[in-house]
Each structure stands twice: as C-alpha cells, then as structure tokens.
Design a protein around this ligand. Sequence first.
Ligand code: GLC
Length: 421
Amino acid sequence: MELKQQAIGVLRQNDRGGYTIPTASGLYPAQWNWDSCLVALSRAQFDEARAVTEIETLFGGQWPDGMVPHILFHGDDSSYFPNASVWQAGPTWRSSGITQPLVAATVVRQLFEYASDPAIRARLTALVPKLLAWHRWCYAARDPHGTGLVSIIHPWESGMDNSPLWDDALNAVELGPPVAHLRKDTGFAAADHRPTAPEYDRYINLVIRFRDNGYRADRLYGIAPFRVADIGFNAILQRANQDLRSLLAATGDIAGAAEVAIMKERTGTAIARCWHEEDGFFYGVDTRTGKIIRKPGIAGFLPLFADAEVAARHPRLVERLESWLARVAYGVPSFEPDRPEFEPQRYWRGPVWLIVNWMLINGLRRNGCGDLAARIRRDSLALVERMGFAEYFNPLTGEPLGGSGFSWTAAMYLHFLAGRE
Ligand code: GLC
C-alpha cells in the first residue's frame, strides 16, 4: 500500500468516533489536547467534517473557567497511569487537571481558511469564543501579574515532558511516594526511551498537590512547587494569539480581536526579552526562583514560529539551528547534540518529533528561510519512509522509538506531503 494511504489508515485506525487516540499500541488510550489539534490539521485534507469534530470533542471537555485539559478520558482508561480516578478532575471527573500548548487557534485558523463549505465555516466560527475563553484563562491563571509570559505548573503542560529544561525546577519538587509499580508506559515502550522513575514520582506528586487544592485556577499558580515560563509554550501561545485575533476579526468579533491584540503585544515584548545576547539563544525562566533556564532545548527555536521577523533580528539563531542539523543524520533533535544532557533515545532529551518539525518548517518559511525549512521537511519525510509512523526517532540513526502507528506522526507526514505546512 502507498505510504500516504497507510498514513490515512493510521488516523482511521486510531479514530475512536469523535476523537483520535495518539496510538493504538496501548500507551495513550485517551484524547490528548495538542495531539488532537494536530491530527485535525491534517485530517481536514480528506475529511473536513471529521477534522472539525475532533476539535469540537476537545472543547466539549472545556472547564467552566475556560481551561482545556491536556487529557480527556472518554472511556476505558485502565491501561494508563495516572487515569481519571487518580486525577479526579474536571466537572465530571473525566479529564486531567492541567493544560497543554495552545495550538488550537492556529489549527482552527488553517481549517477556516481552507474551508469552502459554509456549514464547516459555521462550525469553526462557533469554536472561536471557546478559543478566546481558553486564552483568557491562560493569562488570568498563569500570568496573574501581567508580565506577558505565562507559566506552566507541570512539565506535562509543556508537551515536552522530560526535556532537560525542567531538570532543575523538577528536582526542587519533593519525590512523594514512589509510583514505579503503578506505571503502565514502561510496559508498552522501552524504559530507557521514557522518563525516569524519580521524574515520574515527582510528576505524580504534583498531580496530588493540585488535586488537594481542588485544581482551583486562582490557587495553583501560588502553590505550585514547579513553575516555569517555558519559551516554547509562550511562543506557541503567541502564534495562537495572532491566529485567534485574525479569526475574531474574520468572524466579526471586533472587541475580542482588540482584546487579543493586547495579549499579543504584551507577550511579544516579553518573548523578545528572552533573547540571551551572549549565548545567542532564547531561554525561558523559572518563575519561582527568577532564574533563567540556560539550556539549549528545541523550545528555544520556537520564537521563529511565533514571529515572522525573528530570523532577521537574530541570524545567530538560524545559524545555531544549522549547526544542530550538521551534527545529526535527521533533524531536528529536541536538545542540542553533544551536551551532557543529550540522550538520542530518551523521549524529549534528544529524539526528533515531527510536530515540532512542523512548527519550525512553518516558522522558517515565514521568516524567509525556505532552504532550511526544505531540509527539515526532507528529513521528516525520509524518517517516515524509512522507519514508519513512530512516536519519535533517534536523530543519529533514525531508529523508530516509543509507540508505533502514531497519529501525529501520520498526520504530519500527510501534512508535509501535501505541502500545507
Ligand atoms: C507524551 C508527550 C506529549 C503528548 C502525549 C500523547 O506525554 O510528551 O507531548 O501529547 O505523549 O502523545
């Protein structure tokens, strides 16, 4: 079967009716927030109506305060830890109690621009106030002092769970009771390709802390023992601010568009300040200690996705990306190769993730760096052609890692193939 048909087959196989699970391999048996959005982005190519349903189902789980959870547990979640009965979160206890990168507005804008059917446009238009409510929640709950940078309170909120960027902030969190015996992920994927036991103990300790505080948005920012203004999360939010503003304007909500323009202004200024002149890189900040997180993770390139002028202002950033690519067989590694923290097989500590490649390709194109974008696109297609639809890949060898038949890898392959990036 042609690879394109296989990619469509992966998305169909992981479709649970109204939402898509990340993989049928058992690793992630529920709906994940940004996975769903990125699946919708490419599903629209062959089934627009179903793509919109994906996002509608996600927003069906939106909390009254505007938050959209990082996981929605729709059915049997017994093969996942921590599952709904551990989280005990949300109005119906069917979700996690934290969020994930706000990529939805960017996806909805793309779907809106491609859609010619008025019924599809009407459904997308109905999502716009919900997107606005999520962005409002994000600023109110995670940037209560109006700095322009929002904080995440759990590494899982970054979507880059065990990135070395979190090591110091996470080490400051108490271990809590050990949970290694409760983990299910290591039954589905090799333990040395996954986060470590102490990391998991701390992840769960944070969940328990938030649960004990009733997941109250007005409380968690203050009590969170882990609190970081991630450069990646903020860059994705900033891109989404632009896309949301454009959607609001296109659908006639002028007041909403003006409100988001202010969010965008503030976050734009704050991200610009994250540039570290000496190192020539963008860094986030630990907002509990005030310390810069001075480590070269892939998140530091995401301002390219947020702002079409970044490459012109910071040519060294583009050179740095080129130097990373020169040291691997397949780009883009999730952490700078040759650093002590770099581990080419362990999840977000080195492997290549196609969804981040999409953000970089899209951002580089907007920044006038078409050649570099083309190299990353080529690598991405080659990985899938040679290695299949793995969750992530070893940048030095291309080895497929983590879950197989992975939805967002299939989705990005289709997206790259169609040249829609
Ligand atoms: C892992 C990833 C996260 C993703 C989830 C489901 O937790 O780090 O980004 O959303 O798996 O694929």
